[in-house]
Design a protein around this ligand. Structure first.
Ligand code: HEM
Length: 501
């Protein structure tokens, strides 16, 4: 849980330490999960399946980058005394980008080379060549846990491939689920501080009401923190966990066990509730947010797979939305003129204090622009990863199939070339004025990734942030009374906000 020091006055004279609980959720299917969010989204059917047409063919070996140690790769640079020691991921990539340019490679461990991309043309080439079944390698330690203790059942986050038939079926189904979840009348819900539980279990966990250290919500949130922490360190440590149950691996396993227990407990409850409704003669169609029964009955997924998918959804959905909301509130607190415009828009379009209707919400173009700009200025996801499925030419270098690439859209989002006044918080850049809007490269801004493996939680996350902002702005004026914002760059960019004494 994040302590966010905000002073809220105008509408309600009060100063509070707002606990922006970690929220999250959501879903979609491959074809609809094309979400280039810059105006003029890129249709998936525009995806090229051919090899890049860029010209030069410089051999891969000649690509610059930090030279690794024999048998150990670049990991020792993170050890005490090493040149990356104590630096966060973004600081390391910034440093290397300055030294090597907009494309460089590093062999993190023998057999695992990562190419770093900073040019939107290269990013476009990679995504367009992704095809129907994009590959991604991430969350290695969690994947190892699943291999060892979970019958090798991987979920959406941990699965490398997208072509496991049943998993792919799930991903396709996500389209339906996505529709189902996002078309529900979320407007009629109160803002869910632990929204992911609503998505997965049709139930609130009560994180806001009870966040005592021994509460279920607090234990769950701590467990998520641990899994995220261990996962981000895996690029900095030798993977001894593959050979032994190291203390770090045991820590992850314990945390994952808590998440899993929660998934089992509430999945069971969700199924019992559905049974009761069926017994009472109710028609259970899946329209009421019954994700688990829906997955169990409409897919060929095993129970293990459903639980793994649910565990990963809650893992991915907890931090992300909460951080995005915290960043947005922070930016609005710092930019009072923008806060005032937003306040005016909300009050003009939603003059009452009842739950807003879908139409009212969709009329809030400035609010949408605020959320977009917040993703650009203070993005939650540090970037994307893909594994090339075919040989590509990127910035003139030949990249063989099977190499992982790190896509640094966050860096691109800060460049003047693509975003004028890039250091400024300017929601206006996203507004369509006279039919046109910002003219940046369409692959310069992808906060939720791109294509069939883009964020399944995008729509839900957007809805949740929208409703939260409406509710907060209608009631409070936001001031920031904390120390200067610090960001911890881990699997997500986490705001570290310390209240001034
Ligand atoms: C502000 C909120 C969020 C941001 C910025 C965000 C961002 C991202 C990004 C960048 C990716 C990688 C996409 C790619 O590789 O192309 C991703 C994947 C994913 N996200 Fe989110 N996310 C958010 C909220 C959520 C929520 C609420 C959930 C839970 C329902 C969620 C679940 C997932 C899952 C399961 C994946 C992996 C999808 C796959 O590989 O098929 N995310 N997200």
């Amino acid at each position: 849980m994040l302590d966010f020091a905000l002073k809220m006055s105008r509408r309600k004279q009060m100063q509070l330490l707002l606990n922006v609980a970690k929220c999250g959720n959501a879903k979609t299917t491959p074809s609809q999960r094309n979400n280039a969010s810059v105006a003029g989204a890129i249709p998936l059917d525009a995806l090229d399946t051919g090899v890049s047409t860029q010209e030069k063919n410089i051999p891969f070996e000649q690509m610059p980058g930090p030279k690794g140690f024999p048998l150990l790769g670049t990991i020792p640079y993170h050890f005490p005394g090493g040149k990356f020691h104590g630096l966060q991921h973004n600081e390391v990539t910034d440093m290397c980008q300055k030294e090597y340019g907009t494309i460089y490679k590093e062999t993190i461990l023998p057999g695992f080379t990562l190419v770093h991309l900073f040019d939107p043309n290269d990013i476009e080439t990679v995504f367009r060549a992704d095809g129907k079944y994009p590959m991604r390698e991430a969350f290695h330690t969690l994947a190892h846990f699943n291999k060892k203790f979970n019958n090798n059942t991987q979920g959406l986050l941990t699965s490398k491939k997208c072509f496991d038939q049943r998993l792919y079926q799930l991903i396709c189904l996500n389209n339906q689920l996505y529709q189902m979840i996002s078309c529900q009348d979320y407007i009629s819900y109160e803002i869910r501080w632990c929204g992911i539980a609503v998505v997965c279990f049709n139930k609130r966990l009560g994180a806001l009401q009870n966040h005592a250290p021994d509460s279920e919500a607090a234990r769950f949130i701590d467990a998520v923190d641990i899994v995220m922490d261990v996962s981000q360190k895996e690029f900095k440590q030798l993977p001894w966990y593959r050979l032994f149950n190291t203390p770090t691996f045991k820590r992850l396993a314990k945390a994952q066990y808590i998440i899993r227990q929660l998934a089992v407990k509430y999945s069971q409850k969700a199924l019992e509730d559905v049974q009761k409704r069926l017994d009472a003669g109710e028609d259970v169609t899946g329209e009421q947010g019954d994700l688990i029964p829906y997955l169990m009955s409409k897919t060929e997924l095993t129970e293990d797979q459903v639980l793994t998918v649910i565990s990963e959804l809650i893992l991915a959905g907890v931090d992300t939305t909460g951080h995005h909301l915290a960043f947005t509130l922070y930016l609005l607190a710092l930019n009072k003129d923008k806060q005032d415009i937003l306040y005016k828009e909300i009050n003009e379009n939603i003059p009452h204090n009842d739950q807003p209707t879908e139409n009212e919400v969709s009329s809030l173009s400035y609010l949408k622009a605020v959320l977009k700009e917040s993703h650009r200025v203070l993005p939650v996801a540090p970037g994307n990863i893909r594994k090339t499925v075919k040989d590509l030419v990127l910035s003139g270098y030949t990249i063989p199939a099977g190499v992982s690439v790190a896509i640094h859209t966050n860096w691109v989002g800060k460049q003047e070339t693509y975003f004028k006044d890039s250091h400024k918080f300017k929601p206006e850049r996203w507004l369509r004025i006279n039919g046109s809007s910002t003219n940046s490269h369409p692959f310069a801004y992808l906060p939720f990734g791109f294509g069939p493996r883009s964020c399944i939680g995008k729509r839900f996350a957007e809805q949740e942030s929208t409703l939260a902002l409406i509710k907060i702005l209608k009631n409070f004026h936001i001031d920031y009374v904390g120390e200067d914002l610090k960001i911890e760059c881990s699997i997500t960019n986490t705001p570290i906000i310390i209240r001034k004494q």
